[in-house]
Design a protein around this ligand. Structure first.
Ligand code: ADP
Ligand code: MG
Length: 707
């Protein structure tokens, strides 16, 4: 297989320089190997012939592309100009149907031979009550050898279609590369995976798998081929990630922070308002061990909404400060950064820790002062948005950086944080995310990060009761909301706002706000959306946080961070328009105090069954991991993977981090096993593997150095 990487696709029979150019432009296919990795997305069955008679009794809309065998009885050119077409009558002995062509009329007409038996392949439709095929694929009966059995349907682009390169063309090029199934001319592909891996995992050998995926001989063999090829991709990734991570652990020196000192102890004794949960303790211990290891820490902390990640971050920062370093905490939005700042200041106020906030709206005078305090080393903790990343922000001794809600930060931004450590040493990095990433996805996209999980909520939390309600039940919903308000509680009402739809969304948000003010006249209503001036936004947030406003009408700006324990009800309008993980995040804003809390998903009545099932996930579980998995099943990995794909060392052609969790885990353990035996893959048995990984890995900016 490897040698095929050196075979320019243009030298393959049926390609040539022109088609080669189009393949490169449209699909990035340059070598024979590239084309073999252009896997079919479906298959058509070419083993069966339909009779025209049986087609008469079918609903043609439901039929797949299919084939019939017979002769042309007659043909006529009809219409003129743009409407000109060739219509032929085709008979297979059981009945007749029409075949029509709108292009290449002349040459087709000349080629039609009434003496010959043809195999036609295509979609059958009905036109004026007659069965009809338009521009079918056409072969002489005697030459259909390649069509027997199932045939791949390949992903195409508009450009390919225009150039007349269809599925059939790709199929025959693959055929030309691989040669016949048996006998002379059959190409044998060497397996790039080490024999031990193939044997131990019972994988289908590469030679067989590549052939099966293009020309399946049975469903079972096809499944095994798919499995094998997915495994291969994921195994490359895992091996690559593990090697990089091992190398980094061996090489890059980390700042030594062995001490637990006064700051940490004082905080623990004097400021901690509650006991840490077991999970918090465990994660802090893991971080401590990293800090004392002499190697740079790159750790991801996953914890569901409300699991208490901020405290873990703060206590870890105290460890760094105890060892004479500074710490930074970076959040994706101003609101969230501000919230963190207040939390941390409040928690640490008793021990006199220096904490400052730096965001885009920090005034220049204050900014200058912060810069000075950072450079002199007087400031212990800087909390902020990506404003922290600016070049002007220089730390005396940045030893520890926390990134909250990491999936919103790009790879490049993280790299800049990396460069802010003292004397060229990278700071320890702690990435925190509340969007639970399924474990297997984390293995792929964060394959070289160590992962800690806070899998326990602080005691006394009651799960939020979630229900789905439709517009016609609105009155009941408002009645229940009124009851909560009378009990002294607070309520969120959340509207979707997406950019593509911004005007309409803003309108319904404003209308919603007005009608709520009207219906709940006795209560003050706060109103927040992302387009407001920060000062106004803060003011409105503040009204709600202090309890002066009892109702908050808002967009998803409240998704992260906001912490108002007295809020017990959240109503989410147009819930069907939100992603599951987002709904889960939003819901995390209630249920933060001791009172029973509710989340009402409002939706149009006529939603699809898919949407209904999606929303049912939210009403039936509060387990963030289950929800994240489901979200990926429904939407595809979407946002999460979208951002992360850029972090992968090469593009996946067949495996999906969202759907192939089990295979990822297998690939991971196989990679670990192999690297335990041969850490640098130096042995001859692994030479092909090393080459395969090297060639697939388009070196993106030195991303391995970036968390
Ligand atoms: P998240 O993981 O979503 O960032 P936070 O750090 O904001 O969670 O914590 C959520 C709430 O739980 C905060 O009000 C915090 O003070 C509280 N909390 C954190 N740890 C504990 C604990 N061990 N016991 C009780 N409450 C806690
Ligand atoms: Mg948080």
């Amino acid at each position: 297989m490897l040698s095929l990487r050196n075979v320019d696709i243009k030298y393959i029979k049926g390609v040539g320089p022109k088609r080669a150019e189009i393949l490169a432009k449209e699909l990035g296919i340059r070598t024979a190997y590239d084309l073999l990795r252009h896997y079919p997305t479906g298959y058509v069955d070419r083993s069966k012939y339909y009779t025209i008679r049986e087609l008469r009794d079918c609903n043609t809309d439901e039929l797949p592309a299919l084939q019939v065998k017979g002769r042309f009885v007659s043909s006529n050119v009809l219409g003129e100009g743009a409407r000109m077409r060739l219509v032929a009558l085709f008979s297979d002995g059981t009945s007749t149907m029409e075949v029509a062509w709108f292009k290449s009329i002349k040459s087709i007409r000349q080629a039609l031979d009434s003496e010959k038996t043809y195999v036609l392949f295509g979609k059958v439709g009905s036109f004026n009550g007659k069965l009809q095929m338009v521009h079918p694929e056409m072969e002489d009966e005697g030459k259909t050898a390649i069509s027997a059995g199932r045939r791949g349907v390949y992903p195409l682009t508009e450009g390919l279609r225009k150039a007349n390169i269809g599925s059939k063309t790709l199929y025959s090029i693959v055929q030309a590369i691989l040669g016949p199934a048996d006998g002379g001319g059959r190409r044998r592909l060497t397996d790039p995976l080490p024999e031990s891996v193939v044997r131990r995992r019972g994988l289908m050998p590469a030679d067989e798998a590549v052939r099966e995926i293009h020309f399946p001989t049975s469903q079972e063999a096809l499944e095994r081929a798919r499995f094998r090829l997915k495994f291969e991709e994921l195994f490359y990734i895992q091996t690559d990630m593990l090697m990089r991570s091992n190398k980094r652990k061996a090489q890059s020196h980390g700042l030594m922070m062995p001490r637990i000192g006064e700051w940490f102890n004082m905080f623990y004794r004097r400021c901690l308002p509650f006991d840490l949960t077991g999970a918090q303790k465990r994660v802090i211990k893991e971080i401590r061990a990293d800090l004392a290891s002499g190697r740079q820490m790159n750790r991801l902390v996953q914890g569901d909404v409300g699991s208490g990640k901020t405290l873990v971050a703060l206590m870890s920062m105290l460890l760094a400060i105890d060892n004479g370093y500074q710490a930074a905490l970076m959040a994706p939005t101003e609101i969230l950064a501000t919230q963190h700042y207040h939390t941390i200041r409040e928690l640490a106020s008793k021990i006199g820790l220096g904490v400052r906030l730096l965001t885009g709206s920090t005034r220049s005078k204050e900014r200058a002062e912060i810069h000075r305090l950072l450079q002199s080393g007087e400031l212990h903790i800087l909390v902020g948005t990506h404003a922290i990343l600016e070049d002007a922000v220089v730390f005396a001794r940045l030893g520890f950086a926390v990134i909250d809600e990491q999936h919103r930060f790009g790879v490049a931004q993280r790299a800049r944080l990396w460069g802010k450590g003292p004397g060229g040493y990278p700071p320890h990095i702690l990435v925190m995310t509340a969007t639970p990433i399924p474990r297997t996805l984390a293995m792929t996209v964060y394959g070289d990060l160590d992962v800690s999980v806070i899998d326990e909520l602080p005691p006394g939390r009651k799960p939020v009761e979630t229900v789905l309600r439709f517009d016609q039940q609105r009155l009941q919903v408002y009645r229940a909301m009124g009851a909560q308000l009378r009990m002294g509680r607070q309520v969120y009402i959340v509207y979707p706002l997406i950019e593509e739809n911004e005007k309409l969304d803003l309108k319904s948000l404003e209308e919603g706000y007005e009608s709520i003010c009207e219906i709940f006249r006795d209560y003050r209503v706060a109103f927040v959306h992302g387009k407001m001036k920060p000062a106004e936004k803060d003011h409105q947030m503040d009204l709600f946080a202090r309890g002066d406003a009892r109702i908050m009408v808002a967009t998803t700006v409240i998704e992260v961070g906001v912490n108002v324990p007295n809020a017990t009800t959240m109503i989410i309008e147009n819930a069907e328009r939100f992603g599951l993980s987002q709904l889960h995040q939003l819901r995390g804003r209630v249920g933060r105090g001791g009172d029973k809390s509710y989340c009402v998903l409002m939706s149009r009545h006529n939603i699809s069954s898919d949407t209904r099932r999606r929303l049912d996930v939210i009403t039936s579980t509060t387990d963030g991991f289950v929800i994240a998995e489901a979200d990926m099943q429904f939407r595809g990995p979407g946002d999460i993977e979208g951002t992360m794909q850029s972090g992968l060392p090469f593009d996946l052609k067949i495996a999906s981090p969202a759907h192939d969790g089990q295979i990822i885990a297998l690939a991971r353990s196989a990679a670990e096993e192999l690297l335990a035996e041969d850490p640098s893959l130096a042995s001859a048995a692994n030479a092909l593997l090393t080459r395969a990984i090297k060639e697939l890995t388009k070196r993106k900016a030195d991303w391995s150095l970036i968390s």
